[in-house]
Design a protein around this ligand. Sequence first.
Ligand code: UFG
Length: 329
Amino acid sequence: MKVLVAGGAGYIGSHMVAELLDSGYEVVVFDNLSKGHREAVLGGEFVEGNLLDQNKLDETFKKYKIDAVMHFAADSLVGESMTKPDKYFRNNVVGGLNLLDAMMKYEVKKFIFSSTAAIFGEPDKIPIEENNTKLPTNTYGESKLAFEKILRWYDHAFGLKYVCLRYFNAAGAHKTGKIGEDHNPESHLIPIVLQVALGKREQIDIFGDDYKTEDGTCVRDYIHITDLAQAHILGLKKISVDNAQSTQYNLGHGQGLSVKQIIKVSEEVTGKKIKVKIAPRRAGDPATLIASSVKIKKELNWKPQFEDIHKIIDSAWQWHKNHPNGYSK
Ligand code: UFG
């Protein structure tokens, strides 16, 4: 089966490409390299293109006989999304629509969508189940929720079969050590903590220690990037059978860890003291986000390999230690 991976040069997309290749799929990556890294794409065909360029999409679908699409090409910075809603709706909704329309034209009807916990906003129930209330508190989450709704109507009208995977906090790196997390600027907790351990930053600012959580810092559900990629392959298998049904899954472990716990585990893994400073809360951060993983475990038989946060952080640490400046280009 040939899978087009939109955004396959980014952190999550590149790990997806590695898993697909390992599992025997053919891969075509479509990425504009605005945030991704060419070096992160370990194989398959590569097309440099933007989802807003309908001609390029058309050309790509015509050239490669695509069977299924996985879509990671989106803007995903919560803070930026609040000041640039136009950018987020254009790239995440209009860009995604262009992709769907090319798929429909070439009769590609299998789609795996990279969604997010941000569609729920401040949760009304923990752990968060698939049908929890969805009231995004930022434009990023709103753009992803809008696209989930669009998918439903493409199924209804055109028979598109899709799986939405709502990620909680992706972390870690690939076992080969060749690919890992490299954002510029970096805003995610684990890479920043590890940059402190490497001496590349003086300290980690903890954004708020007065939340209603056990130690006052925000609680998140961290999932290893390889386990996350595996869930996509299971999702693709689910929609590759006759009479497949489209659906959505929350993708996390169902276990919460606070910012302070992450820092403590990082000290244990790296053997370095990590200097912290308590800083004001970051706008838009919910206190606690923990997924219910019951549905995905039951329906897809998803079995995460990285249950222990020490293993997840160690995997990230191996990448950061060996690539202190990220990718070479
Ligand atoms: N944090 C700090 N200091 C930092 C960076 C982060 O204290 O320097 C805290 C944040 O406030 C948050 C936790 O660490 O409480 C995790 O922050 P991340 O930025 O690593 O991750 P988020 O939970 O904010 O974001 C993740 C995804 C987003 C997605 C969001 C959904 O990375 O793409 O979940 O809520 F939108």
